[in-house]
Design a protein around this ligand. Structure first.
Ligand SMILES: N[C@@H](CCC[C@H](N)C(=O)O)C(=O)O
Length: 296
Protein backbone atom coordinates (compact mmCIF):
# COMPACT_ATOMS: atom_id res chain seq x y z
CA UNK A 1 0.00 0.00 0.00
CA UNK A 2 1.35 3.41 -1.01
CA UNK A 3 0.19 6.68 0.53
CA UNK A 4 0.37 9.92 -1.46
CA UNK A 5 1.61 13.05 0.29
CA UNK A 6 2.59 16.63 -0.53
CA UNK A 7 5.53 18.54 0.92
CA UNK A 8 4.75 22.22 1.56
CA UNK A 9 5.99 25.11 3.64
CA UNK A 10 4.84 28.44 5.02
CA UNK A 11 7.89 30.74 5.38
CA UNK A 12 10.17 27.73 5.83
CA UNK A 13 8.00 26.12 8.54
CA UNK A 14 7.77 22.84 6.65
CA UNK A 15 4.99 20.30 6.43
CA UNK A 16 4.10 16.89 5.09
CA UNK A 17 0.42 16.99 4.15
CA UNK A 18 -1.66 13.82 3.82
CA UNK A 19 -5.19 13.54 2.46
CA UNK A 20 -7.10 11.06 4.60
CA UNK A 21 -10.40 11.95 2.90
CA UNK A 22 -9.61 9.70 -0.05
CA UNK A 23 -6.90 7.50 1.51
CA UNK A 24 -6.74 5.34 4.64
CA UNK A 25 -3.88 5.17 7.10
CA UNK A 26 -3.54 4.54 10.80
CA UNK A 27 -1.21 7.14 12.26
CA UNK A 28 0.69 5.71 15.21
CA UNK A 29 3.14 7.85 17.20
CA UNK A 30 6.00 5.67 15.91
CA UNK A 31 4.99 6.18 12.29
CA UNK A 32 4.67 9.96 12.71
CA UNK A 33 8.10 10.13 14.35
CA UNK A 34 9.61 8.07 11.53
CA UNK A 35 7.98 10.17 8.80
CA UNK A 36 9.25 13.29 10.57
CA UNK A 37 12.82 12.02 10.75
CA UNK A 38 14.88 14.00 8.21
CA UNK A 39 17.29 11.05 7.72
CA UNK A 40 15.04 7.99 7.90
CA UNK A 41 11.73 9.43 6.69
CA UNK A 42 10.45 12.51 4.85
CA UNK A 43 11.20 15.21 7.46
CA UNK A 44 8.94 18.04 8.59
CA UNK A 45 8.24 20.43 11.44
CA UNK A 46 4.58 19.31 11.40
CA UNK A 47 2.53 16.59 9.75
CA UNK A 48 -0.85 18.00 8.62
CA UNK A 49 -3.73 15.62 8.07
CA UNK A 50 -6.90 16.41 6.12
CA UNK A 51 -9.88 14.36 7.29
CA UNK A 52 -13.61 14.40 6.54
CA UNK A 53 -15.64 16.76 8.78
CA UNK A 54 -17.07 15.44 12.04
CA UNK A 55 -19.96 17.95 11.97
CA UNK A 56 -22.19 19.44 9.23
CA UNK A 57 -21.12 23.10 9.54
CA UNK A 58 -17.44 22.61 8.69
CA UNK A 59 -15.68 21.48 5.50
CA UNK A 60 -12.85 19.38 6.95
CA UNK A 61 -11.17 18.20 10.10
CA UNK A 62 -7.56 19.34 10.45
CA UNK A 63 -5.14 17.29 12.60
CA UNK A 64 -1.60 18.36 13.41
CA UNK A 65 1.40 16.38 14.69
CA UNK A 66 4.80 17.72 15.76
CA UNK A 67 8.07 16.03 14.76
CA UNK A 68 8.22 14.30 18.16
CA UNK A 69 4.92 12.55 17.34
CA UNK A 70 2.74 14.62 19.70
CA UNK A 71 -0.68 15.61 18.38
CA UNK A 72 -1.35 19.33 18.93
CA UNK A 73 -4.28 21.71 18.75
CA UNK A 74 -3.28 24.34 16.20
CA UNK A 75 -0.76 25.35 13.53
CA UNK A 76 -1.11 28.73 11.80
CA UNK A 77 1.39 28.35 8.93
CA UNK A 78 -0.04 24.88 8.42
CA UNK A 79 -3.58 26.28 8.19
CA UNK A 80 -2.61 28.37 5.16
CA UNK A 81 -0.99 25.34 3.50
CA UNK A 82 -4.09 23.29 4.35
CA UNK A 83 -6.28 25.73 2.35
CA UNK A 84 -4.02 25.55 -0.73
CA UNK A 85 -3.69 21.77 -0.44
CA UNK A 86 -7.43 21.00 -0.45
CA UNK A 87 -7.83 23.19 -3.55
CA UNK A 88 -4.87 21.59 -5.37
CA UNK A 89 -6.14 18.12 -4.57
CA UNK A 90 -9.64 19.16 -5.69
CA UNK A 91 -11.17 18.28 -2.33
CA UNK A 92 -12.83 21.71 -2.28
CA UNK A 93 -13.52 24.47 -4.80
CA UNK A 94 -14.53 27.05 -2.20
CA UNK A 95 -12.54 30.25 -1.74
CA UNK A 96 -13.42 30.22 1.98
CA UNK A 97 -13.44 27.05 4.08
CA UNK A 98 -14.16 26.25 7.71
CA UNK A 99 -12.03 23.60 9.35
CA UNK A 100 -12.27 22.00 12.75
CA UNK A 101 -9.10 21.61 14.82
CA UNK A 102 -8.63 20.18 18.30
CA UNK A 103 -8.99 23.74 19.61
CA UNK A 104 -12.07 24.83 17.64
CA UNK A 105 -13.13 26.01 14.19
CA UNK A 106 -10.98 28.36 12.09
CA UNK A 107 -11.83 29.99 8.75
CA UNK A 108 -9.37 30.08 5.83
CA UNK A 109 -9.78 32.40 2.81
CA UNK A 110 -7.56 32.23 -0.28
CA UNK A 111 -6.98 35.24 -2.55
CA UNK A 112 -6.24 35.06 -6.26
CA UNK A 113 -2.48 35.38 -5.69
CA UNK A 114 -2.50 32.27 -3.50
CA UNK A 115 -2.09 34.11 -0.18
CA UNK A 116 -4.31 32.80 2.57
CA UNK A 117 -5.94 34.82 5.35
CA UNK A 118 -6.80 32.84 8.48
CA UNK A 119 -9.26 33.85 11.17
CA UNK A 120 -7.35 32.33 14.08
CA UNK A 121 -9.99 33.02 16.73
CA UNK A 122 -9.65 35.07 19.89
CA UNK A 123 -6.48 34.89 21.99
CA UNK A 124 -6.77 33.79 25.60
CA UNK A 125 -4.56 35.15 28.35
CA UNK A 126 -5.77 33.63 31.64
CA UNK A 127 -3.21 31.22 33.17
CA UNK A 128 -5.80 28.42 33.39
CA UNK A 129 -6.51 28.83 29.66
CA UNK A 130 -2.85 28.38 28.61
CA UNK A 131 -2.44 26.18 30.81
CA UNK A 132 0.14 27.93 33.04
CA UNK A 133 0.36 26.75 36.65
CA UNK A 134 3.44 28.22 38.38
CA UNK A 135 3.95 27.30 42.06
CA UNK A 136 3.63 30.95 43.03
CA UNK A 137 2.32 33.58 40.65
CA UNK A 138 4.67 36.57 40.66
CA UNK A 139 3.08 39.07 38.34
CA UNK A 140 3.59 42.73 37.51
CA UNK A 141 0.62 43.82 35.38
CA UNK A 142 0.46 41.10 32.68
CA UNK A 143 4.09 39.95 32.98
CA UNK A 144 4.96 36.84 34.98
CA UNK A 145 8.28 36.17 36.68
CA UNK A 146 9.28 32.55 36.34
CA UNK A 147 12.28 30.82 37.84
CA UNK A 148 13.99 29.01 34.95
CA UNK A 149 16.98 26.92 36.06
CA UNK A 150 17.65 29.31 38.93
CA UNK A 151 17.29 32.49 36.86
CA UNK A 152 14.28 34.85 36.88
CA UNK A 153 12.69 35.24 33.43
CA UNK A 154 9.95 37.77 32.64
CA UNK A 155 7.37 36.39 30.24
CA UNK A 156 3.83 36.82 28.95
CA UNK A 157 1.45 33.96 28.16
CA UNK A 158 -1.17 33.56 25.45
CA UNK A 159 -3.21 30.72 23.96
CA UNK A 160 -3.87 30.84 20.22
CA UNK A 161 -5.45 27.40 20.16
CA UNK A 162 -2.05 26.19 21.40
CA UNK A 163 0.05 27.48 24.32
CA UNK A 164 2.65 30.24 23.97
CA UNK A 165 5.08 32.03 26.27
CA UNK A 166 6.42 35.32 24.93
CA UNK A 167 9.62 37.02 26.04
CA UNK A 168 10.37 40.58 24.93
CA UNK A 169 14.04 40.99 23.98
CA UNK A 170 16.18 43.92 22.78
CA UNK A 171 17.60 41.99 19.83
CA UNK A 172 16.32 38.63 18.57
CA UNK A 173 19.71 37.82 17.06
CA UNK A 174 21.29 37.73 20.54
CA UNK A 175 18.44 35.80 22.19
CA UNK A 176 19.36 32.46 23.76
CA UNK A 177 16.56 30.68 21.92
CA UNK A 178 17.98 27.16 22.12
CA UNK A 179 18.81 27.00 25.85
CA UNK A 180 16.06 29.21 27.25
CA UNK A 181 13.46 27.97 24.75
CA UNK A 182 14.16 24.34 25.59
CA UNK A 183 14.10 25.02 29.38
CA UNK A 184 10.79 26.90 29.24
CA UNK A 185 9.18 24.47 26.76
CA UNK A 186 9.39 21.71 29.39
CA UNK A 187 9.10 23.86 32.54
CA UNK A 188 6.75 22.27 35.12
CA UNK A 189 4.71 25.51 35.17
CA UNK A 190 3.45 24.54 31.69
CA UNK A 191 1.76 21.15 32.16
CA UNK A 192 1.07 20.75 28.41
CA UNK A 193 4.52 22.18 27.55
CA UNK A 194 4.67 25.46 25.62
CA UNK A 195 5.92 27.20 22.46
CA UNK A 196 8.38 29.98 23.35
CA UNK A 197 8.58 33.21 21.33
CA UNK A 198 11.34 35.81 21.54
CA UNK A 199 9.98 39.15 20.30
CA UNK A 200 11.82 42.36 19.42
CA UNK A 201 9.53 45.35 18.92
CA UNK A 202 10.93 47.42 16.04
CA UNK A 203 8.09 49.96 16.00
CA UNK A 204 4.29 50.04 16.58
CA UNK A 205 3.71 47.99 13.39
CA UNK A 206 6.75 45.77 13.09
CA UNK A 207 8.18 42.99 15.24
CA UNK A 208 10.98 40.50 14.78
CA UNK A 209 10.32 37.07 16.20
CA UNK A 210 12.07 33.75 16.79
CA UNK A 211 10.14 30.77 18.12
CA UNK A 212 11.29 27.62 19.90
CA UNK A 213 8.40 25.33 19.05
CA UNK A 214 7.05 22.71 21.43
CA UNK A 215 7.88 19.24 20.15
CA UNK A 216 10.17 20.53 17.37
CA UNK A 217 12.81 23.10 18.42
CA UNK A 218 13.48 26.45 16.74
CA UNK A 219 11.69 26.72 13.38
CA UNK A 220 12.04 29.18 10.49
CA UNK A 221 8.60 30.63 11.31
CA UNK A 222 5.60 29.99 13.55
CA UNK A 223 2.16 31.35 12.62
CA UNK A 224 0.45 30.90 15.99
CA UNK A 225 3.63 32.26 17.62
CA UNK A 226 3.36 35.42 15.48
CA UNK A 227 -0.34 35.79 16.44
CA UNK A 228 0.44 35.29 20.15
CA UNK A 229 3.30 37.82 20.01
CA UNK A 230 1.26 40.48 18.20
CA UNK A 231 -1.77 39.97 20.49
CA UNK A 232 0.56 40.37 23.50
CA UNK A 233 2.18 43.46 21.96
CA UNK A 234 -1.23 45.05 21.33
CA UNK A 235 -2.42 44.18 24.85
CA UNK A 236 0.69 45.76 26.35
CA UNK A 237 0.34 48.90 24.18
CA UNK A 238 3.60 48.27 22.27
CA UNK A 239 1.76 47.68 18.96
CA UNK A 240 -1.19 49.42 17.28
CA UNK A 241 -4.65 47.94 17.81
CA UNK A 242 -6.44 46.80 14.64
CA UNK A 243 -3.44 47.74 12.44
CA UNK A 244 -1.51 45.48 10.07
CA UNK A 245 1.60 44.47 12.00
CA UNK A 246 4.52 42.91 10.16
CA UNK A 247 5.85 39.88 12.01
CA UNK A 248 9.29 39.22 10.60
CA UNK A 249 10.59 35.69 11.09
CA UNK A 250 13.69 33.92 9.74
CA UNK A 251 11.68 32.51 6.83
CA UNK A 252 9.92 35.78 5.89
CA UNK A 253 7.06 37.96 7.06
CA UNK A 254 3.42 37.52 8.06
CA UNK A 255 0.81 40.24 8.38
CA UNK A 256 -1.07 40.01 11.70
CA UNK A 257 -3.99 42.17 12.81
CA UNK A 258 -5.67 42.20 16.20
CA UNK A 259 -8.41 44.38 17.61
CA UNK A 260 -9.04 43.41 21.26
CA UNK A 261 -12.35 41.56 21.59
CA UNK A 262 -12.10 40.12 18.06
CA UNK A 263 -10.26 37.29 16.30
CA UNK A 264 -6.58 37.53 15.38
CA UNK A 265 -6.25 37.66 11.57
CA UNK A 266 -3.13 36.23 9.94
CA UNK A 267 -2.17 36.57 6.26
CA UNK A 268 0.83 35.04 4.55
CA UNK A 269 2.23 32.97 1.70
CA UNK A 270 2.45 29.22 1.16
CA UNK A 271 4.59 27.06 -1.10
CA UNK A 272 4.35 23.62 -2.69
CA UNK A 273 7.68 21.77 -2.69
CA UNK A 274 7.02 18.31 -4.13
CA UNK A 275 4.64 15.35 -4.17
CA UNK A 276 5.53 11.79 -3.32
CA UNK A 277 4.40 8.42 -2.07
CA UNK A 278 5.55 6.30 0.84
CA UNK A 279 4.88 2.79 2.05
CA UNK A 280 4.05 2.85 5.79
CA UNK A 281 4.89 -0.83 6.25
CA UNK A 282 8.05 -0.57 4.17
CA UNK A 283 9.26 2.43 6.17
CA UNK A 284 8.52 0.77 9.51
CA UNK A 285 10.17 -2.48 8.43
CA UNK A 286 13.32 -0.70 7.25
CA UNK A 287 13.51 1.18 10.52
CA UNK A 288 13.31 -2.16 12.34
CA UNK A 289 9.81 -1.59 13.61
CA UNK A 290 6.72 -3.73 13.44
CA UNK A 291 4.36 -3.16 10.46
CA UNK A 292 1.27 -1.05 11.25
CA UNK A 293 -1.52 -3.51 12.20
CA UNK A 294 -4.54 -1.94 10.54
CA UNK A 295 -3.07 0.15 7.68
CA UNK A 296 -4.97 -0.93 4.58
N1 LIG B 1 4.35 25.91 13.42
C1 LIG B 1 3.14 26.16 14.02
C2 LIG B 1 2.80 25.66 15.37
C3 LIG B 1 2.84 24.15 15.40
C4 LIG B 1 2.42 23.54 16.69
C5 LIG B 1 3.34 23.84 17.82
N2 LIG B 1 4.67 23.32 17.68
C6 LIG B 1 2.70 23.31 19.12
O1 LIG B 1 3.15 22.30 19.66
O2 LIG B 1 1.75 23.95 19.59
C7 LIG B 1 2.44 27.40 13.57
O3 LIG B 1 2.74 27.89 12.48
O4 LIG B 1 1.54 27.88 14.26
Amino acid sequence: MLIEFTKMHGLGNDFMVIDLVTQRLELTTELVQLLGDRHLGIGFDQLLVVEPPMRPDVDFSYRIFNTDGSEVEQCGNGARCFARFVQARKLSFKQRIRVETASGVITLSTDRYGWVEVDMGKPKFEPSEIPFTPKAITKIQNAYHLDVAGKPVQLYVANMGNPHAIIRVDNVLDADVETLGRAIESHPAFPDKVNVGFMQVMNQRHIRLRVYERGVGETQACGTGACAAVATGVREGWLDEGAEVRAQLYGGSLVIRWQPGYSVMMTGPTAFVYEGVFSPDGLMAQAGMKPTPSAS
